[in-house]
Design a protein around this ligand. Structure first.
Ligand SMILES: Nc1ncnc2c1ncn2[C@@H]1O[C@H](COP(=O)(O)OP(=O)(O)OP(=O)(O)O)[C@@H](O)[C@H]1O
Ligand SMILES: [Mg+2]
Length: 334
C-alpha cells in the first residue's frame, strides 16, 4: 500500500532515471557513429518524446484507477448516509483511500450500535410506561362502568400512578437532554460546604421523619462545575441512600478534593447484593427489593451521565463493615 504523493514521486523518479540511462546509452552509441548532428538531435528528441508519452500514459492510468476507487467509495458513503447498512468497504492499495475506507467502516459500526441501542431504549421506555398507563386506564374504565367508586383511596391510587408516569417522562427527558451532543455545561465557581449543605437541606424533613442522621464531612474549597446538574446527580445518590437506609440510621455525605479531582461520597448502612453491583447503572435497572416501590430505575444512569459530562465517573461498592458507598468523581480540568 502506498500514498498518492509517494506514488507520484516514485513515478517521476523512475521516469527521470530511465530518461538519464537512455540518454547516456544514446550518447555512447552516437559517439561511436558518424551520423550528422541533425540526426543525433532527432534521435534524442524522439526518445525524450517517447519518455514523456510513457509518463503520461502511466499518470493517466493511475489517475483513472484512483478516480474509479474514489467514485466507488463515495457511492458507498452516500449509501451509508441514506441508511443502507452492512456495506463492504473493500481495501484500496492507495494509502489515503484505505484510511477513508477504514473510517467509513468505523462509522458504520458506530451507527449500527447506536441504532441498536436506540431501538432497545425505545422498547424499554414503551414497556415501562405501559404498566402504569394500563393500570390508570383500567381503573378509570371500572369507575366509568360503575364497578368502582371514585373515593379518596382510589383517587390517591390514580394520582400515585400518574406521578410515576410523570417522573418517568421527566427522567427520560432529562437523560436524553444530558446525552445529546448539543448539551453544554453551565459551569461556575462553587464553595464545597455550601453545595453540600444546600443538598442536605432538601432532605432534612425526610431525615427528621425517619430519625435518620445526615452527616456532612469534608473540607472547604472552591471548585468549578454545573451546579444544577451536580445537585441532581448527588440528590439521586442521597435519595437512594434514604430508600435503602433503615430508620434511625446515619447517611454520610463527604466532599473532598484530590489533585484536580473532586470526590463526592454517599454512604448508607446496608449492602447491595454482589450480583446487582455490575447492573445498577444500566438504564431502567431496579434491584429485586426496589421493584415494589415507585421509581424509574434511571436515577443512577442520570447521575453517571452527569459525572461523565464533567469528565468523571461514579462507582459503587460495599464496605466490609456493611455499608454501601457511592463515589462520584468529577474532573476540574476541562
Ligand atoms: N444506596 C443504595 N443501597 C442499596 N441499593 C441501591 C442503592 N442505590 C441504588 N441501589 C440499587 O440500584 C438500583 C438502581 O438505582 P436507581 O437510582 O437507578 O433506580 P431506583 O432508585 O430504583 O429508581 P429511581 O429512578 O426513582 O431512582 C436500585 O433499584 C437499587 O436496587
Ligand atoms: Mg434512585
Amino acid at each position: 500500500m502506498i500514498g498518492l504523493q509517494r506514488r507520484l514521486i516514485l513515478f517521476t523518479s523512475i521516469i527521470l532515471v530511465l530518461n538519464g540511462i537512455i540518454l547516456l546509452l544514446l550518447h555512447l552509441l552516437l559517439s561511436v557513429t558518424s551520423w550528422p548532428l541533425w540526426l543525433d538531435s532527432l534521435i534524442y528528441s524522439l526518445f525524450t518524446l517517447l519518455l514523456i508519452l510513457l509518463s503520461l500514459v502511466m499518470v493517466m492510468n493511475t489517475t483513472k484507477k484512483v478516480s474509479k476507487a474514489v467514485n466507488l467509495l463515495s457511492r458507498k458513503i452516500t449509501a451509508l448516509s441514506h441508511g443502507q447498512r452492512n456495506i463492504f468497504f473493500n481495501h484500496s492499495r492507495t494509502y489515503e483511500l484505505q484510511e477513508i475506507a477504514r473510517a467509513a467502516e468505523v462509522l458504520q459500526y458506530e451507527l449500527l450500535s447506536k441504532e441498536k441501542e436506540r431501538r432497545r431504549w425505545t422498547q424499554d421506555i414503551t414497556h415501562d410506561l405501559r404498566t402504569p398507563i394500563t393500570a390508570i386506564k383500567s381503573q378509570l374504565q371500572a369507575v366509568r362502568d360503575g364497578i368502582f367508586f371514585l373515593d379518596k383511596d382510589r383517587y390517591d391510587l390514580l394520582f400515585r400512578e400518574l406521578g410515576i408516569v410523570e417522573k418517568m417522562v421527566q427522567d427520560f427527558a432529562l437523560l436524553s437532554r444530558i446525552e445529546s451532543p448539543e448539551m453544554i455545561l453551565h459551569q461556575q465557581w462553587l464553595l464545597s460546604r455550601r453545595v453540600v449543605s444546600n443538598l442536605l437541606s432538601r432532605f432534612t424533613a425526610q431525615a427528621l421523619e425517619r430519625n435518620i442522621q445526615l452527616q456532612q464531612n469534608g473540607v472547604e474549597f472552591y471548585f468549578k462545575a454545573d451546579e444544577g446538574l451536580l445537585t441532581r446527580a448527588v440528590s439521586n445518590l442521597i435519595q437512594n441512600a434514604f430508600q435503602h437506609c433503615s430508620d434511625g440510621g446515619t447517611i454520610e455525605v463527604t466532599l473532598y478534593i484530590r489533585k484536580n479531582q473532586i470526590l463526592f461520597s454517599v454512604k448508607n448502612p446496608g449492602t447491595i447484593p454482589e450480583e446487582d453491583l455490575p447492573l445498577i447503572f444500566q438504564r431502567l435497572y431496579r434491584g429485586e427489593k426496589s421493584r415494589t416501590t415507585s421509581g424509574s430505575g434511571l436515577g443512577l444512569t442520570i447521575a453517571k451521565s452527569i459525572a461523565q459530562l464533567h469528565r468523571g465517573d461514579i462507582q459503587a461498592k460495599n464496605s466490609p463493615d456493611g455499608y454501601t458507598i457511592f463515589e462520584m468523581v468529577i474532573n476540574m480540568e476541562f
